[in-house]
Design a protein around this ligand. Sequence first.
Ligand code: C5P
Length: 211
Amino acid sequence: MRFLITAGPTREPIDPVRYLSNRSSGKMGYALADAALARGHEVILVSGPVSIRAPEGVTLVPVETAREMYDAVAETIAGADVAIFCAAVADYRVAEVADEKIKKTDESLTLTLVRNPDILGSARNAFDFRGILVGFAAETEKLAEHALDKLRRKGCDLLAANDVSRTDIAFDRDENEVELFYKDGRREGLPLASKGQIAKEIIRRVEGLVE
Ligand code: C5P
């Protein structure tokens, strides 16, 4: 099958030298790409800036901003059987990016932020994607409630949620623990394991959804 996977953070410029971003390392998305490849699937990996190397054999589409990620997904999703959105997309970008480096003239500085496009939320509508759709949710509270709400609103078949308030898992860690929520109401916990192992489990379940 053909997999489209988004991974990593996005980087939203403020001026030529500064940006807004988040703590995503890309490890979970890259582990998913690796696991899908190992199962013989084709993988397009749309990735924000990360410091890890893409697995040999994937088609890497490097992007910086959420809007670039949106465009890359819009261009490639039609050919995919499975789309897994693992990227930590910045919800907002700076309304007006300064052409020159901003000088520290005043005691305070106000940046106006505007909403970025919701890439996962566009899959079923704007992109008319009919394949298997998998979302991730990073939550700090009310994990199940928020995950189920996201699953339904965005038309996912499967949503993997993790608790990012815990310091032993998730951001920049090599291990993760996720709770899987299925469209049909099933719910399943994947106990603490390496991101590689979690990725394998997720890919296996995605394959099960296609059969
Ligand atoms: O950030 P949040 O927890 O809402 O992300 C939920 C899911 O939506 C993730 O799968 C993420 O990759 C995706 N997402 C997206 N575009 C956005 C925000 C989130 O594709 N602008």
